[in-house]
Design a protein around this ligand. Sequence first.
Ligand SMILES: CC(C)(COP(=O)(O)OP(=O)(O)OC[C@H]1O[C@@H](n2cnc3c(N)ncnc32)[C@H](O)[C@@H]1OP(=O)(O)O)[C@@H](O)C(=O)NCCC(=O)NCCS
Length: 325
Amino acid sequence: MTRAAQGAEYVLDSVRERWRSVDSMLPAPVPEQVSCGARLDVVDGDGNLVAFATCRHREYPAEAMELNWGAARQFTLTPQVAGHGPQVGAALDELLTHWRRHLARQHGAAEEDSEAIVRWPSRDIEGVRALLRHGLQPLVVIAARPRSRSADAPGPHDGARHGLHIRRAGPADLDAVVALGVEVIRFDEHFGSARLRPHSERAERELAGKTLARPDPWIWLAERDGRPVGMVAAEPPEDTRWILPLVGTSPVAYLGQMAVLPGLRGGGIGAALVAHLHARLDAVGVAVTALHYAQLNPLSVPFWSRMGYRPLWTCWEVRSALSMR
Ligand SMILES: CC(C)(COP(=O)(O)OP(=O)(O)OC[C@H]1O[C@@H](n2cnc3c(N)ncnc32)[C@H](O)[C@@H]1OP(=O)(O)O)[C@@H](O)C(=O)NCCC(=O)NCCS
């Protein structure tokens, strides 16, 4: 084994131990496999590796669905930082300084529609000041709800109390599902986590059309007097491999979208829809449900907390990428 490999192993062991102590829901650290090839290292005064990171570059085509939720050009850092207490902040600070230099050499990093992203465990608080110091903003949270939290939420039949009928959506509901999906983007755009672009509705329609064409689409509508007033969409465990490395426990479901019509919010429709979904998730043995929310969304943050979700990862971002300090 080379000296550098021993260093990386030491760093990963230290990260694993710290994460385990700050948050029992975090998975073991996994270095990002896809990267631009640059390896950013931080060594201590004795030449020992104390932190390393890789950077991933992504460029999305003009009408990609992903552009509803992020910039066209994305630079993502995956940091692994050893140690405890102030050592963590100091090493992360140095890593971010190296990254800023790396970004300055990259094509497109100064473009307005670009962003720099660092995903950091929400409860690993020793890194927060370094992230703030470099001008990164905590825009999005990946929150998780273990199955054991199901007792906190309202009961599955709560909908009836609100004059609601909750049912699975089908192909004939495409317009309602798209309208509610676009509403999520429109609302979240206020908080920097979404972008309503000229093609957003088209992309939503394409995705919803594919999902609704499945035999049992995981989209549910809440109806009042026969009119759709709310929607929740989720991905079943067979579709959530992409988020497994961030959650560590399986089976995992992903709650992708949730909206209630403006004017009808705050009356219990959202809670009834989520209770309906949770009953289904619990019945099929889902161990953890994950979702993204915009950290600045004043409706969704308290709502998800009440529904049993709590922060697991915080996505720190800055646009353009090069406006990072
Ligand atoms: C987030 C959202 C889906 C929640 O749905 P909702 O129907 O508004 O949620 P609920 O009414 O069940 O719960 C929200 C509030 O109403 C209260 N409430 C619940 N049942 C109630 C009832 N029967 N009567 C009065 N108030 C009630 C809740 O306690 C909560 O109180 P708060 O105002 O102190 O926060 C909805 O607000 C929304 O569509 N927001 C815009 C889009 C969005 O943010 N989507 C989520 C993206 S992650």
